[in-house]
Structures are given as C-alpha cells and as structure tokens.
Design a protein around this ligand. Sequence first.
Ligand SMILES: Cc1cc2nc3c(=O)[nH]c(=O)nc-3n(C[C@H](O)[C@H](O)[C@H](O)COP(=O)(O)OP(=O)(O)OC[C@H]3O[C@@H](n4cnc5c(N)ncnc54)[C@H](O)[C@@H]3O)c2cc1C
Length: 427
Amino acid sequence: MTALRARTWYDATGIAPPDTTKITSITRGDYDVAIIGAGLAGLVSALTLAQGGARVIVLETDRIGSGASGRNGGFCSAGWAAGTEQITQLVGPHVAKTLDALAQHGVAWMRTRMEQSRYAACDLVQGELILDLNGATMDAAEQDRHIAQDELRQMLSARRYKSGVYTPSAFHFHPLNFMRLLAQDALNAGATIVETAPVTRIDNTKHGFDITVAGSPTQIKARNVITATGGYMGHETPFSRKHFLPIRTYIGVTDPMPEILDEHIRCHWAIADTRRAGNYYRRLPDGRLLWGMAITAFGTLDTTRIRAMILHDIKAMYPIMVAQMQSAQIGIDFAWAGNMAYARHYMPIVGAIGQNHYSLAGFGGHGMNTAPAAARALAAHILGDHDALQAFQTIPRPRVFGRLGAFAAEATYRYMRVRDALSERLS
Ligand SMILES: Cc1cc2nc3c(=O)[nH]c(=O)nc-3n(C[C@H](O)[C@H](O)[C@H](O)COP(=O)(O)OP(=O)(O)OC[C@H]3O[C@@H](n4cnc5c(N)ncnc54)[C@H](O)[C@@H]3O)c2cc1C
C-alpha cells in the first residue's frame, strides 16, 4: 500500500463513519449542485447549500475525508498558505484585509462547531506555539504573546529554539472525526453523499451538466458543479490540472510514550516553527507525538522512508528524547502522505471557471480555516448573494505548467531548506 493510502493514526482512532448512499441507489437525480470531492471544502459547501434549500449531491472517489482533510496535522489557525505580504502584493491592501478577516472567520467557524458537545470526539486543544530558530524580531502585534527562551525551556527540552509566540485563538483537533461529524450534519441537512464514486467526466449540456461516475451506468444531472478535488485532481478536471500542482507532504506518529513526552514536550499546544520549510508537531491524547514535515512534487516516499526521515527530523530538535525512544524501543508507529493543491501564488482559486461551473480548491498546507471560509462564500454566491465572492475574484489564475512547475516547486523547497539552515547557523 502506498503512503497516500496508508492507514493513519486518525483511521485507527476514528469514530464510525456516517452511512452514505450507495452508487446503485442513485437515480438520475436532478440536483441544483453536484460537488466533486468530500474533503473539507466540498462538505462545507454541501452543508451550507443544503441548509439554504438547494438539492445537493457530493461525489467522492474514496471515503469522506480520505484526501488531505482527514489525514492532515489537525492545526487550525488564522491566515492563508501565502503570507500577508505576498497576498498584499497580489491583490492590494484592501482585499488583503478582507481575506485576512475571512481566514479568521474560518477559524471561528471551525471552533464554534467543535465547541458543541456533538463534536467532542474532535478532542479540540486550544493554543498554538510558533517557534523561532533565528532570533528574528517579531512585529508589535506579536509582542504581548512573546515567550522568551528561558520560559520556553521550561516547556520544551529542545535547545535550538530562540523564542516563541503563543496564539490562544488557534487550536488542534482530530480532523477525520471532524469530517465524519460534518458529513453527518450535511446528510441531516438533506445533502446526498456518495462514496467510492470517482467522477470520470463532466459534460456541459443545454440543460446543465451530465456527470459520469466510474462503474455506474447512470449519469447524474445537476445545474451547477463545484470542483473541490484538492490535490487529487485527475484528467476529469482539466482546469485544476492547469492551475494547481499536487504537492505531497508527510506525517509520522510515534508509539505511545507519555513519560518521555512529559520530560521533553510539556506543552500540549500545537507547535510549529517559522521556517518556510519547517516542521510542526503536537501531543496526541493517547500519549503519542505527531510530527509533520517535508514536501515532494514528484512520486511518493514509501512508509519505511517516511519513518526514517521523521525520526531523523525529530532527532535534529530533540536528540536526547530520540535516544530515550530508541533505548525503550519506541519508534514511528504510523507514517503516511497526503496531497495538497497549490497554485503558483499559494492562494486558492474560488469562483466560476465556466457557466455554472466553479472551482473551490488550492488551499495548500493551510486549509483547515481557509477551505470552510471559501466554501461558505461560494455557497452563498450560488444561493444568490453575488457579493460573497468579491475578494476571491481579484485573485489571479496563473498556470502551473505541469512537470516544469513541479520542478520549480521542488527546487524552491530545497532552496528554502538551505536558506533556513544557513540563517539558523548565522544567527
Ligand atoms: C499531510 C498534510 C498535513 C496538513 N496539515 C495541515 C494542518 O495542520 N492545518 C491546515 O490548516 N492544513 C493542513 N493541510 C492542508 C489541508 O489538509 C488542505 O488544505 C485541505 O484539507 C484541503 O481540503 P480540500 O477539501 O480542498 O481537499 P481534500 O481534503 O484533499 O479533498 C478533495 C477530495 O476530492 C476527492 N476527489 C478528487 N478527484 C475526484 C473525482 N474525480 N471524483 C470524486 N472525488 C474526487 C478526493 O478523493 C478527496 O477526498 C495538510 C495537508 C496534508 C496533506
């Protein structure tokens, strides 16, 4: 089994998935909106549209949340995959401010949902710590949440971090459980969800769209289509292939080791560092450590290679902890990969790509707040609020140029790693 389909810690600890419709029981239907992809973007738009009275069907190649949305780091914080400066250059200060507010609303929307007792299985833990390795100065807004090195060392045994910034509004959670609960809400609101239903063709006809699903003799009819295929796009979604690169990234989860973690990582917040090509980690409720790192634009590393790479990366920060793990025969129990969709400017493309055909993708490595924010805006637009998409309409749509773009992405990542290492050495 490839790392992209490898069993994750989330699969092992997930709640039961909701019952969805079987492909054989679909009638031709006459849907207002067909959504391709049951990731966070697809399901939030399905929920919002169904709550607004639309007849909605979601078609998913695999299972609910089996793409990036159910196998990610589980961090939810403000901002987009692109930085504030980058966004301002792209769309100007006014729209950048609107996008910033939308991203914050995305965090609030996720938190408010998870604060409901029905979502208890998401194990939300409030707080995020961003660590600096270079002694960089932080802007004024961050100063009151600044954590100096002395205080940091009470929380983390790693010696390389110079300081940190604490963000109380960010949090971490169990993303697969969230997806399953969200799917149940969408079903309760009247949406139809079909799993193991790979869409192979989307034909535009006089009356709307005819959608072909592999292995099914019936075509699904819908007046609108949303393509929410994330980094798993195929030939059936040519727009996505032209505008997004599928970029792969990796996660490992250790065997349980609560005592070792109590000694080295006493903080239960979500933890990440400021390097562009850095890593992120968090303690899990069953005494394990989740560690995320690296990207590749070509191929997939196998799970043995991911395990070795993750352990090597943890050791670079926590050498004593890894020595203790090795003497206690504690290793990386789960290792997996996931795909993210990246446009050249790291921002999503949300809006019409043809008559009644919409793109809802490109959230990169920062989708847990941005995908719901964008999905809600797109659903509002389809339901008749034509101002809802204004901020997204100003985002350009550059092409990624297939393998050439992938080479550029891989080269940029390697360059960033070298730059990160040099700036840490020079600081
Ligand atoms: C390992 C990893 C760690 C990450 N960590 C974080 C994090 O901690 N915090 C954060 O904010 N973001 C994180 N991200 C990014 C975040 O997960 C994504 O931005 C977000 O999940 C994207 O959601 P989506 O709905 O666009 O895509 P996805 O969740 O990938 O959903 C797309 C779905 O479309 C389906 N699909 C594709 N083609 C078809 C077709 N033809 N027919 C039917 N279905 C189809 C796929 O099977 C998939 O289920 C991470 C990503 C990865 C991979």
